[in-house]
Design a protein around this ligand. Structure first.
Ligand code: CP3
Length: 350
């Protein structure tokens, strides 16, 4: 089956499908018992990311269980700083940690061995394209420079990304250098993922929402535009989804200035605004992941609301951020069934 006949690829090309295709951010993860089992066998989280046997297995688990329309490569956005030798580690109960970087460290960064370090990721993609059902879109991804930089500067996750915001004000040149280096590496990384079999790629800017106006432009829009331009120059058919969490009213401009084919919407984007954004092109989102934890009415009403507002245009049904470990897999099954029930029109024919 060719790329173009996969449902998500059709939506990324601007088509409206009823029912819309569905996948969930972080669909492979700790809410699945089979993931926890493979994770325990693999040892560390990075071993899981860098072992194609395990990474292929956990990527396929949610496809086998729920039949999602896309499989997303199992990896992490922080493999890029790991490849930049920032000593990334994931310790139980701590979240990700790495050596915090300073101005001198930024000047010393070298991007040249990054793709060699990430070779297991490309092997994982090549195997996935063979193992996946033909109709399933294979998604690659990377973190946006701003979000990756927030971890590199603090050395760990932070509630409001204050260390990176402060560093950017104090050392604007070094910070700009870091973002542009990450943009170049990310573009090479995404091109290599596409060449290894990814049908489309997503750029995760999870912490875009803490940026003020000029900073959003400089740290979120500009580096992502740079990545998308570079990827499309080299692979003109590439399809790219950009997810800038918390970007709200900036999203219209964000799509236009970055050149993203589709924009991801977090759950705080009001559906009437989402409808406006969909007039410019495909949207992806935006169910609150807590509705999946709650299940029942909260889950079904949330899904129906999205289908009613956005089901008449190009939509990839998704959550507004990653699924959480507390989510019950049965609730996920109920969500998929509801979306596939094709209730986009209130039951009325149009
Ligand atoms: O979506 C998928 O199923 C593919 C795999 C994927 C992971 N991380 C696996 C993972 C993807 C696409 C990511 C992206 C990612 N990683 C982002 C952007 C998306 C988002 O959720 O905002 C960010 C910010 C990270 C960084 C990261 N990785 C954090 C903050 C954490 C710890 C918090 C947490 O959820 O545990 C991770 C670890 C991580 N990445 C896990 C998984 C399944 C859990 C670790 C484990 O299994 O022990």
């Amino acid at each position: 089956m060719s790329d173009e006949s996969r449902a998500i690829m059709k939506v990324l090309g601007g088509e409206t499908l009823t029912p819309p295709p569905i996948w969930l951010m972080r669909q492979a993860g700790r809410y699945l018992p089979e993931y926890r089992e493979t994770r325990a066998k693999a040892g560390s989280f990075l071993d899981l990311c860098y072992s194609p046997d395990y990474a292929v297995e956990v990527t396929l688990q949610p496809i086998r269980r729920f039949g999602f329309d896309a499989a997303i490569l199992f990896s992490d956005i922080l493999v890029v700083p790991d490849a930049l030798k920032r000593n990334v580690r994931f310790t139980e109960g701590h979240g990700p940690e790495m050596d915090p970087i300073d101005e001198a460290g930024i000047r010393a960064l070298k991007g040249k061995d990054v793709l060699a370090h990430l070779a297991p990721v490309f092997e994982t993609l090549r195997r996935l394209r063979v193992d996946l059902p033909g109709k399933t879109t294979l998604l690659g991804f990377c973190g946006a420079p701003w979000t990756v930089a927030t971890y590199m500067i603090a050395g760990h996750g932070t509630p409001d990304q204050a260390p990176a915001r402060l560093f950017a004000y104090r050392h604007p040149e070094a910070f700009e250098h870091l973002l542009m280096l990450l943009a170049e590496i990310s573009a090479d990384y995404l091109v290599a993922q596409i060449d290894a079999g990814a049908d489309a790629v997503q750029i995760f800017d999870s912490w875009a929402g803490v940026l003020g106006g000029p900073e959003f432009e400089a740290f979120a829009v500009k580096p992502v535009a740079r990545i998308i331009t570079a990827v499309k120059e080299r692979r003109p058919a590439a399809r790219i989804i950009a997810f800038a969490k918390g970007a709200g009213l900036m999203l219209k401009d964000y799509r236009q200035k970055t050149g993203a084919d589709a924009i991801g919407l977090d759950w705080t984007v009001p559906l009437p605004l989402a409808v406006e954004l969909q007039k410019d092109g495909p949207v992806q989102g935006n169910l609150d992941p807590m509705r999946v934890v709650a299940g029942g009415r909260a889950l079904l009403e949330g899904a129906d609301d999205i289908l009613q507002h956005l089901g008449h245009g190009p939509l990839i049904f998704n959550l507004g951020h990653g699924i959480t470990p507390q989510a019950d897999p049965q609730h996920v099954a109920a969500l998929v069934e509801r979306v596939r029930g094709g209730r986009a029109t209130d039951g009325k024919k149009d």
